[in-house]
Every structure is written in C-alpha cells, then in structure tokens.
Design a binder for this molecule. Sequence first.
Ligand SMILES: O=C[C@H](O)[C@H](O)[C@H](O)COP(=O)(O)O
Length: 229
Amino acid sequence: MSQDELKKMAGKWASKYIEDDMTVGLGTGTTVKFLVDAVAERLNNKTLKGIRAVCTSSRTANQAKGLGIPVVDLNDVSHIDLCIDGADEVDEHFQGIKGGGGAQTLEKMVATNSLRNIWIVDASKMVKQLGTFPLPTEVIPFGCERVFTKLKWAGLEPKFRLDDAGKRFVTHNGNYIIDLHLGRIDHPHKLAQYLDRQVGILEHGLFLDIVDEVVVGTNDGVREYKALR
Ligand SMILES: O=C[C@H](O)[C@H](O)[C@H](O)COP(=O)(O)O
C-alpha cells in the first residue's frame, strides 16, 4: 500500500473516536486531511452530530469549514475533549516529534488543552529512537541570528527552514523555523528543557508525555498502541 493509503486508513479509523457533541482538536498535515474528510462524511451520513472543532492551522480550518464542520476558536472553549493529530516520528515510549509542516506551536497549545490526545500515522513514522527527522524550533525574527548561533555552539546542527522559493519559511505566527539536524536524540526531556529555556524560541516540536494513543496505518491493517499514563 502507498504511504497515502496508510495515512488514510489511520485517519478514517480515528474518526470513530469522535462522539456526539464533543469539542474536538484537529491537527495539521496530510494525515489529518484524511481525518477531516472522514469526520465530514460522518456528519453527512448522520452517524455524528453536534461537534465543534478547534483547528491548529488555517489549512485545517479552511478544509473543515469548507466541508461544513463547525469551527471555533481555542479562546472560546473551556476544554477540548479529544485532539487528533499527525506526527513526524513516534518512539516506543510514546514521545514524538511534530512540526514538519511548521504548525507545532498551535498544535502544542491545542494538545495541552485536550483531555485526550490521539496521533494518526503511517507505519514509517514509528521509530526506535527520535531524531532522524529534523526537530523544528519556531523562533521569533528579532534576534534570531543570535539564537541560531547559540544552537550551533551547543552542537545542535541548526538550519533555517526555507520555503519553495528559497526564502526563510514563515509560520502562521510570522516567525521562522530553525530545524535541528540531530540524527538521534538520546535524552528528549533534557533537550526539551534546554530548548524551553532559550529566549527567542517560541516553541519546539518535541511532544513529550502528551499522547495517549497512537493509531498506525500498516500493510496488515490498523494497529493501535495505548500509553499507560
Ligand atoms: O506541522 C505539522 C504537523 O506537526 C504534522 O502533524 C506532522 O508534520 C505530520 O504531518 P503529515 O501527516 O503530513 O506527515
């Protein structure tokens, strides 16, 4: 099966976890796109009603609105029942890297305001150790060269992310992304603490101790893994 078919399988499967009248967090990315399609299908065929969605990007919000899914702002809800999002890497301790599409700051806001988090991935995202996928950090433009230099001195192999035109990639929040090309991350919590301390880094893509369940599309069907939290 193609990677897209595996993503679609995971997205469609996870849509069944959404129940009537829930406030749902919808992530960002190519896997979530399939989830949003499946949610709209459930609303249309009346197997689901009364939901509202908090979206983690304008891409997802536009798709959801276009398909008739009611979209609300994070500021207008007291909590989110369930957030479903994609991921770039997930290890066997349920730690993950996100932000391949540059949406990690809004995604972390939504995830940490959700009672339950599910990630939907194709099998290639499941890894023994995090770090092959470059770790995204979102930096504010003011003083970003200083932040870059500090990350370089710390041996974290930083590179500014570029867009298709070869210009610096700009996030939803008007910031830049510096990707850390680490190869492997031996101590994710230590690294997250270091990045959290750096003034000028708004957020990074290490999502630690957040996910409750991972839904994986594999050639043998869907596999579900539950974290014991
Ligand atoms: O910024 C993007 C998000 O973190 C995505 O959820 C992540 O990159 C996975 O995206 P995809 O499902 O397209 O592989």
